[in-house]
Design a protein around this ligand. Structure first.
Ligand SMILES: *Cc1c(COP(=O)(O)O)cnc(C)c1O
Length: 382
């Protein structure tokens, strides 16, 4: 089976992990900070806080922003569950903004319209989470200007977009988002097996996220409430978690970063070839946004005739092509339906989903494999 995504692990990556295994620190050593600094250099962010997953990064970002009961977080239905769940962990409410029918990303006009209504009703969100779907940024300039006007914080879920650019600068540079989230899950652009990071320009947010990553405890005298009782002394000043990334994971992630640019370039070659091979088929691909240079985590297509999605999906799976679907609209999950959401609430995301199929996309996908993917799709669509 050709998978829809797959990691590329080199001999150097393996050696980097083995070196850590033979070192003094398996956790809380020097490699996590080195990985964080490499991401800082890559993106131009001031701070990068490594955690054990992007889900944890979303959670500590919400906590650092003070999200809590009575607050609202808005995201899109066309995302992975975690972009919404982070609000629920904090006891806050979730609502959604529909997507743009071309880019399949958060629609800035839809966001603006909902903000006007929410302002009139006194129900503005405290946090908005735009998601760089497939690795392509949302219209972040528009979203930032709405954030300034309506005073909400922006957490950009860039789990798909490590190595992507927007308006000429790396995603994560902090010009548009208060916090940017990266994922290092094996299907993403670079991997640390499990792992994530939260990037910010804000010193206080960074220090709060570090606190929540590790039990809410500190050894920093400036943060302590009492006087130190000696060299062993620490204080717990918040209720935090154990969300730490291990040294093994950081070593893998750091070693992978060396090949980030070549991974993204290879994904662009594959996408260009898909575009040529798929030409003339009854489907749509993700519309590019002029300011964005995607990392191309995914290659989603939308069949014009969504009635055929199920049979095309099954036929391709039977032909050994591990197609997938991104994403089942989050508001239609049983958990969110119980909170009051229903079919018809976000029609653009629902109609996109009905015809969506994700084709295999990863650096080691060969031309022969890609030809097989396209031949099986053509056959299924005949
Ligand atoms: C993968 C993903 C996450 C969660 O990432 P983990 O590192 O697996 O926790 C969150 N948001 C989006 C959009 C994702 O694709």
């Amino acid at each position: 089976m050709i998978p829809y995504g797959r990691q590329n692990v080199s001999a150097e990556d393996v050696q980097a992990v083995v070196d850590v295994l033979r070192s003094d620190f398996l956790t809380q050593g020097p490699v996590v900070p080195a990985f964080e600094q490499a991401i800082v250099r890559l993106t131009g962010a001031r701070h990068a806080v490594a955690v054990n997953s992007a889900t944890s990064a979303l959670h500590v970002a919400c906590l650092a922003l003070g999200l809590g009961p009575g607050d609202r977080l808005w995201t899109v239905p066309n995302t992975f569950l975690a972009s919404a769940n982070c609000a629920r962990y904090c006891g806050a409410d979730v609502d959604f903004v529909d997507i743009d029918p071309g880019t399949w990303n958060m629609s800035a006009p839809a966001l603006e319209q909902r903000l006007k209504l929410a302002e009139a009703a006194g129900r503005l969100p405290r946090v908005v989470v735009p998601v760089a779907f497939g690795g392509q940024s949302c219209d972040m300039r528009a979203i930032r200007s709405l954030a300034d006007r309506y005073r909400f914080a922006v957490i950009e879920d860039a789990s798909h977009a490590v190595g992507a650019r927007y308006a000429g600068r790396p995603v994560g540079c902090g010009e548009y988002a208060d916090v940017t989230i990266f994922s290092f899950h094996p299907v993403k652009i670079v991997t640390s097996a499990e792992g994530g990071m939260a990037l910010t320009q804000d010193d206080r947010l960074a220090s709060r996220m570090q606190l929540f990553r590790s039990h809410g405890m500190t050894r920093d005298p400036a943060l302590m409430e009492g006087a130190s009782e000696g060299g062993w002394y620490y204080e717990q000043i918040e209720l935090g978690y154990n969300y730490r990334m291990t040294e093994l994971q950081a070593a893998l992630g750091l070693s992978q970063l060396e090949r980030l640019a070549s991974f993204v370039e290879r994904r662009h070659q594959i996408a260009a070839r898909y575009a040529a091979l798929l030409d003339g088929l009854p489907l749509e691909t993700q519309q590019p946004l002029e300011a964005a240079h995607s990392a191309l985590h995914l290659y989603p297509v939308r069949l014009r005739d969504s009635q055929r999605r199920r049979s095309v999906f099954d036929a391709m799976r039977n032909a050994g092509v591990g197609v997938n679907v991104h994403y089942i609209p989050v508001h239609l999950q049983p958990y969110y339906r119980r909170l009051g959401f229903a079919c018809g609430d976000f029609p653009v995301a629902e109609s996109y989903y009905a015809g969506a199929i994700t084709l295999p996309m990863y650096p080691d996908l060969s031309e022969a494999q890609q030809d097989h993917v396209v031949a099986s799709l053509r056959e299924a669509l005949r």
